[in-house]
Design a protein around this ligand. Structure first.
Ligand code: CP
Length: 348
């Protein structure tokens, strides 16, 4: 397994399937009364957030705690960053305290790459500038697979402020890698010129696309990143690209509505649309914990280092599109007895 997760481009199709299959096992842990397994006992995960976050920071914290890792939450307010300490010195300080993994969100694209050159810890990109948000894309894939059981030929529209969206880039790379078709939809001013290089189509006409979609993925209008006027008014944007009830009625029956959050209700998505059963926005959040548990587990020892004294076992995959069985050393530490079966028994 990779040491750092900086971009979706680092992952093969097999890597993605492995991460999602392992997340299937961890999802079950989240349904237990005691939502904790000893898989990463004694390891230390640092959440290093230089930008605001609700979902990603809490999700990584819960994921690490459910694996029994020690967690340190770092934010700029109240830290020595407020006194002018550099990213490098902050990182080296955290490393000196024994961090095994550093989860970083930063306003500068590329900050996680730079960090990964300074520290021996694993670095996980939790969103860097307008570049990438790979764990968001993986939890989105997990949620899509839950409903469609595969990705081949699935038609996804990513709608809105693509220009400022790290989610759009990571999800485009991830969906096309797994065999899906992606169309980026928005006003020309909000589609970056390099977007066709991501292996996607571009459209400016949402209404024409709606009847052919399997997934309508709505992006937040990131007004805080917009340094100029990219559309005449919020009202005009909502009229052309907002996901209203009338537009939802033009989607095929099984099509999913997704949003990475946080939402601007009434701008890119109507409030009643966000609360529809086919809007799986809170499922995305729930699935994010299992996907991040999977990543921390695979990157910090579940991929070759036996953890918690567990024997080698063969774990049945519950993912219809995944391999029939997956061998994970230490998997006994994360699975109930009924799901951890001896290696000689074929996967069911
Ligand atoms: N989707 C996402 O990254 O949300 P947060 O900004 O709340 O982490």
């Amino acid at each position: 397994m990779i040491k750092h997760l900086l971009s979706i481009n680092q992952l093969s199709r097999e890597d993605v399937n492995r991460i999602l299959d392992t997340a299937e096992s961890f999802r079950e842990v989240g349904t237990r009364v005691i939502k904790k397994v000893p898989a990463l006992r004694g390891r230390t995960v640092v959440n290093l957030f230089f930008e605001n976050s609700t979902r990603t920071r809490i999700s990584f914290e819960l994921a690490a705690k459910r694996l029994s890792a020690d967690v340190i939450n770092f934010s700029t307010g109240g830290s020595s960053v407020a006194k002018g300490e550099s990213l490098k010195d902050t990182a080296l300080t955290l490393q000196a305290m024994g961090a095994d993994a550093i989860v970083i969100r930063h306003a500068s694209s590329g900050a996680p790459y730079t960090l990964s050159r300074w520290v021996p810890a694993s670095v996980l990109n939790a969103g860097d500038g307008t570049h990438e948000h790979p764990t968001q894309a993986l939890l989105d894939l997990f949620t899509i697979r839950e409903h469609f059981e595969h990705f081949d030929g699935l038609r996804t529209a990513i709608v809105g402020d693509v220009r400022h969206s790290r989610v759009a880039r990571s999800l485009s790379l991830a969906m096309t890698k797994m065999g899906g078709e992606v169309t980026l939809v928005g006003p020309p001013t909000l589609i970056p010129p390099e977007a066709p290089g991501w292996g996607v189509r571009v459209s400016h006409d949402l209404d024409a696309l709606l009847p052919s979609l399997d997934v309508c993925y709505v992006l937040r209008v990131q007004r805080e990143r917009q340094r100029q006027q990219f559309f005449p008014s919020v009202r005009e944007y909502s009229r052309l690209y907002g996901l209203t009830r009338a537009r939802v009625d033009r989607l095929p029956e099984p099509a999913l509505i997704m949003h990475p959050g946080p939402m601007n209700r009434g701008v890119e998505i109507a409030s009643d649309v966000a609360d529809l059963p086919r809007a799986v926005i809170t499922d995305q959040v729930t699935n994010g914990i299992a996907v991040r548990m999977s990543l921390l587990y695979l990157m910090l020892g579940g991929d070759g280092t036996r953890v918690a004294g567990a024997p080698e076992v063969r774990v049945a995959s519950r993912a219809p599109s995944g391999p029939a069985v997956e061998v994970l050393e230490g998997a006994q530490a994360i699975l109930p007895e009924t799901e951890a079966v001896p290696a000689e028994v074929p996967g069911a």
